[in-house]
Ligand binder design. Structure first.
Ligand code: S1T
Ligand code: MG
Length: 540
């Protein structure tokens, strides 16, 4: 076995199911082994940001490792933003980069793709990964790979593996996975007892499920926990889509002033708010109607549990939830909850289309044809997603980068074989929408809803006086055929409904619905968000 085969087998044994990538001369040797060994399928895309987003989405939807394979310099550095997004949103992404071999590193020449020093790339990736290794020693390689992949899964954060091109075929031992040490049982029991006591004493306990619940694959256990505790569940903006297919008392998504008042009131008035795997960030908590005193909450994140002014460390989320379930026993406390009602029954008339009309049309589609997983970009499309029935959702709800939607939808279909719905604005589509051209060769056929307001509309809502937010109308629908799909431009609600009915019936080709939205028309959710942010910041 050679070093690359040992690495590929280790990736597969740690949960990876595919590789997304773009080669280069520093990467050709290891790409050849990927292709010839057939250990993991390889999907090449057109631009490294898309490679990173697709691999990230595959990790999220499968609750396992995502793998992005690139060349040194121009490739890896082109993917920095995607890896930063994965780091911020705790996605277990493995970055494989080709690298200069020993001989050429000491040639005395500056190498192509080199920025500052040959080590610069490694240093840059230190900032957006939790562990790194350069595989320049075949004897050490198995242990190094085991350590880095264990870090990736334990921390649910990206890692960086550089493969010098003169090492790829060197003989190498197989990787023996590291054995995770069990948590301190006394600390775990003390922490669980304290949490349960605090929740039992609370008059209005609430459980907020955060992204770590998905990343560590414990949605079923958390749904069970909420039923045994008899406590209502909410998600944050970033956690939307969690527990969508679970039997849980899921009230809805907390968005402060931009959310549904009953959910906002429940969370902000709770005297027992249990933040389970939730990232404490501005997109989740900055628009609170009344500021939440985090010192009065129970926070379990990053392997730590903070209750009031003290913290338990090294308590993995899954171990915490399992021990709580043990302590609670099997009884469930069923209680009535008022679930959020989502808009449905689109009036298919000649009226122009609003983002909330799109949500209504999607809800109608899913009522008739069943739920679809959604990949959303950043923009009003993501706020509109809050008006769509709960379903699996991958989106940059915290890091908030554009360009995620289309590649993430492709990564989702590659990873699950499910047909995704992709929500994307025109500005974001201009960035990475062209990855749709790769659908034909892989048989992917997403339905793409392009929110075309010919504008960077989210920016305009905060700075309406700037005309640089005006975008031109691009012929996205006309371009679809040239990329191997079908495209249609729709201007009325009747046309939108007809286009969705046609799209859902057409398989084997991506379906692009280019939806004209009058400039300045926002979703109900974004309208509330903007009004709330302005009110909270005292802007008229
Ligand atoms: N570049 C990237 C890669 N990500 C970003 N989030 C931004 C820039 C800043 C930015 C936004 S929202 C937005 C930009 C440029 C406009 C999005 O336009 P479009 O996709 O058409 O969606 P919509 O018209 O619904 O706004 C965030 C706030 O930082
Ligand atoms: Mg736009």
């Amino acid at each position: 076995m050679n070093l690359t085969e040992s690495l590929l087998l280790a990736l597969k044994n740690h949960g990876a199911r595919q590789i997304f990538g773009i080669p280069g001369d520093f990467a050709l040797p290891y790409f050849r082994i990927i292709e010839e060994s057939k250990i993991l399928p390889l999907f090449t895309l057109s631009h490294e940001p898309g490679v990173g987003f697709a691999a990230d989405a595959a990790a999220r939807i499968n609750c396992s490792l995502g793998v992005a394979a690139v060349t040194y310099g121009a490739g890896a550095l082109n993917m920095i933003n995607s890896v930063a997004a994965a780091y911020a949103e705790k996605s277990p992404l493995v970055v494989l980069s080709g690298g200069p071999g020993k001989g050429e590193s000491h040639s005395g020449l500056l190498l192509h793709h080199q920025a500052k020093t040959l080590d610069s790339q490694f240093q840059i990736f230190r900032e957006i990964t939790c562990d790194q290794v350069r595989l320049d020693n075949a004897r050490r390689a198995p242990a190094d790979i085991a350590r880095v992949l264990a870090s990736c899964l334990r921390r649910s954060e990206p890692v960086y593996i550089e493969i010098p091109r003169d090492m790829v075929a060197v003989p190498c031992e197989p990787v023996v996975p590291e054995v995770a040490l069990p948590p301190d049982q006394d600390a775990l029991n003390a922490c669980v007892d304290e949490i349960l006591e605090r929740l039992a004493k609370a008059n209005s306990p609430v459980l907020m499920a955060g992204v770590e619940v998905r990343r560590y694959g414990i949605e079923t256990q958390v749904a069970e926990l909420s039923r045994r505790l008899g406590v209502p569940v909410v998600t944050s903006f970033m956690g939307r889509g969690l527990l969508a297919d679970q039997q849980a008392p899921l009230l809805g998504t907390y968005m402060g002033v931009a959310g549904f008042p009953e959910v906002t009131h429940l969370v902000e008035s709770s005297d027992g708010l249990f933040l389970l795997g939730e990232i404490i960030c501005d997109t989740n908590f900055a628009v609170s109607e009344t500021k939440i005193d985090m010192r009065k909450t129970i926070q379990a994140l990053d392997g730590r549990v903070t209750i009031g002014y003290h913290t338990y460390s090294q308590l993995p989320l899954a171990a915490l939830v399992d021990r709580m379930l043990e302590r609670l026993g099997v009884g469930e406390k069923v209680f009535p909850i008022e679930r959020q009602v989502f808009p449905s029954g689109l009036v298919a008339d000649s009226a122009s289309i609003t983002p909330t009309d799109i949500a209504t049309a999607v809800n109608d589609l899913m009522i008739e044809h069943g739920k679809m997983p959604i990949a959303s970009d950043m923009g009003d499309c993501l706020f509109t997603a809050m008006e769509i029935e709960h379903t699996a959702l991958v989106a940059p709800g915290y890091y908030a980068t554009m360009g995620f939607g289309v590649p993430a939808g492709l990564g989702l279909q590659a990873a699950t074989s499910q047909r995704p719905l992709i929500l994307v604005g025109d500005g974001a589509f201009q960035m990475t929408g062209w990855e749709l051209g790769n659908c034909k060769r892989y048989g992917w056929d997403p339905i793409v809803l392009l929110f075309n307001n010919a504008s960077w509309e989210m920016l305009r809502t905060f700075q309406p006086e700037s005309s640089f937010n005006d975008l031109d109308h691009w012929g996205f629908a006309e371009m679809a055929a040239g990329m191997g799909g079908d495209g249609v431009r729709v201007n009325t609600r009747a046309e939108l409904k007809a286009a969705l009915d046609k799209a859902i019936r057409t398989r084997g080709r991506f379906q692009l619905v280019d939806i004209t939205i009058p400039r300045g028309v926002l979703s109900d959710t974004l309208t509330r968000f903007v009004a709330g942010v302005k009110r909270l910041s005292g802007v008229k």
